[in-house]
Design a binder for this molecule. Structure first.
Ligand code: HXC
Ligand code: NAP
Length: 306
C-alpha cells in the first residue's frame, strides 16, 4: 500500500527524472517513504537492506504503485552494509546502469539500554551498521564519483542526539555524531569536486523499526503518543521528512553543503535527551524492555537472507 500521495509532496511532477538515487535501509520506515517520494517524482531508486524479502516487496510495491510516472522505478537489492566487499559488489551492479546522482545513508540499528549493560558485541551491533557501514557506502560511491568527475548529493539520516547526546542510546548517538563530522569534513574535502554532503536530524517519526527498539510499549507502558515536551505537540509526519530529503537530494538545493537540518518540531531546543526520563526505570523495567526488543529482533532475523 502506498504511503504518499502526490499532494503530500511540495515539488512539481517529474522533478527527479533522470536522477539515480541509492537509499540504504530503504525497505522500511523512513527509508521507504523517501524512496517512494523519489520514485513518484520520476527517479530510479535503489534500495538496500539485509532482508531480501522485505526489500523485494517494497521495490515491487513502489514500482507498481508508480508505474505511470515516467522514469520512476525502484530496484531492491539485498546488501549488508557492515560488509565492505558486499557494498562494493552491490555498487558495481548499481553503477552498471550509470552513476548515482544521490545517496541516502539511512540504514541503522538501535536499541535502548543502560550503557553499563552493553557488551562489546552490543556496541558493535550498532556501530558497525551506522558508523562504519554508512562511511563505507559513502566512500565506495565517493571514489566512483571523483574518478568520473560526476556531481552528486549525499544525505545522511542522523538524530538530534548529535547535538545534545543520547543517554541510554550511546552507541547510536556516538555513531551518528561521527557521521555528522563526516558530513562536515567531506563537504569541504569533496565540495569543490561537485559532491555535497548534508544531513537530516529527525525527531520522533513513529516507525515499526524504531518503536520496537526505542519505545517497547508493551513492556514499559510507552506508546504512540507524542512526547508532551515537543513544542509542536506532535510527532513528525512521513511526508514532511520525505519533502526535506528530496530538497537536499535535488540540484535545487545546490548551494546547501555541510549542513545538518533538524526536523523535530523544535524539540531538541527544549533541552535534555529524549530518554532522560528512563533514569527512573529499575531492573524490572529494563528487563521487560530488553525481552520485548529481543523478541522483535528474533522475528526480523528469521526473515533475513544475508
Ligand atoms: C542490550 C542488546 C540489546 C538490548 C541486543 N543487544 N539488544 N544489549 N540491550 N536491548 C546485544 C546482544 O546481547 C548481543 O551482544 C549484541 O547486541 C548483538 O545482538 P544481536 O541480536 O545478535 O544483533 P543483530 O542480530 O546484529 O541485530 C542488530 C540490532 C537489531 C541493531 C541489535 O536491533 C537490528 O537489526 N536493528 C535494525 C533496525 C533498527 O534497529 N531500527 C531502529 C532504527 S531507529 P552479546 O554480547 O550478548 O552477544 C534509530 C533512531 C531513532 O536509529 C531515534 C528516535 C528519536
Ligand atoms: P527502520 O524501519 O528499522 O529502518 C532501518 C533500516 O535499516 C531497515 O530497513 C533495515 O533493514 C536497515 N538496515 C539495518 N541494518 C542494515 C545493514 N547492516 N545493511 C543494510 N541495511 C540495514 O527504522 P526507521 O525509523 O525508518 O529509521 C530510519 C533512519 O532514521 C535510521 O537512520 C534512524 O536512525 C533514523 N531516525 C529515525 C527516527 C524515528 O523516529 N523513526 C528518528 C531519528 C532518526 P534490514 O533489517 O532488512 O537490514
Amino acid at each position: 500500500m502506498s504511503d504518499l500521495a502526490m499532494d503530500d509532496l511540495m515539488f512539481r511532477p517529474g522533478l527527479m527524472k533522470g536522477q539515480r538515487i541509492l537509499i540504504t535501509g530503504g525497505g522500511t520506515g523512513l527509508g521507504k517513504v523517501m524512496a517512494e517520494a523519489c520514485v513518484m517524482l520520476g527517479a530510479e531508486v535503489y534500495i538496500w537492506g539485509r532482508r531480501g524479502s522485505v526489500i523485494e516487496a517494497t521495490a515491487k510495491e513502489l514500482t507498481d504503485g508508480q508505474g505511470h510516472v515516467a522514469g520512476g522505478r525502484c530496484v531492491g537489492m539485498a546488501c549488508d552494509i557492515r560488509v565492505p566487499e558486499a557494498i562494493h559488489d552491490a555498487m558495481d551492479e548499481v553503477w552498471a546502469g550509470g552513476a548515482l546522482t544521490g545517496l541516502v545513508n539511512n540504514a541503522a540499528g538501535n536499541f535502548i539500554s543502560r550503557t553499563e549493560d552493553l557488551s562489546p558485541k552490543g556496541f558493535d551491533a550498532i556501530a558497525n551498521i551506522v558508523f562504519r557501514g554508512s562511511f563505507f557506502v559513502t566512500l565506495d560511491a565517493g571514489k566512483r564519483w571523483l574518478a568520473e568527475g560526476k556531481h552528486a548529493s549525499v544525505v545522511s539520516i542522523l538524530t538530534t542526539w548529535v547535538w545534545h547526546g543520547g543517554p541510554f542510546t550511546v552507541p547510536s548517538a556516538m555513531s551518528k555524531a561521527g557521521l555528522n563530522v563526516m558530513t562536515q569534513s567531506l563537504a569541504v574535502e569533496w565540495g569543490g569536486r561537485g559532491i555535497r554532503l548534508n544531513a537530516i536530524a529527525p525527531g520522533p517519526f513513529p516507525t515499526e523499526g524504531a518503536w520496537a527498539r526505542l519505545n517497547p510499549s508493551s513492556a514499559v507502558g510507552g506508546g504512540e503518543k507524542a512526547d508532551p515536551t515537543i513544542p509542536l505537540g506532535r510527532n513528525g509526519e512521513m511526508r514532511e521528512l520525505a519533502n526535506l530529503a528530496v530538497y537536499l537530494l535535488d540540484p535545487g538545493s545546490a548551494y546547501v553543503n555541510g549542513q545538518t537540518i533538524a526536523i523535530d518540531g523544535g524539540s531538541h531546543l527544549q533541552g535534555g535527551g529524549g530518554f532522560s526520563r528512563l533514569a527512573a526505570w529499575g531492573d524490572a523495567e529494563w528487563e521487560a524492555a530488553r525481552n520485548s526488543i529481543k523478541a522483535s529482533n528474533e522475528k526480523d532475523r528469521a526473515q533475513r537472507t544475508v
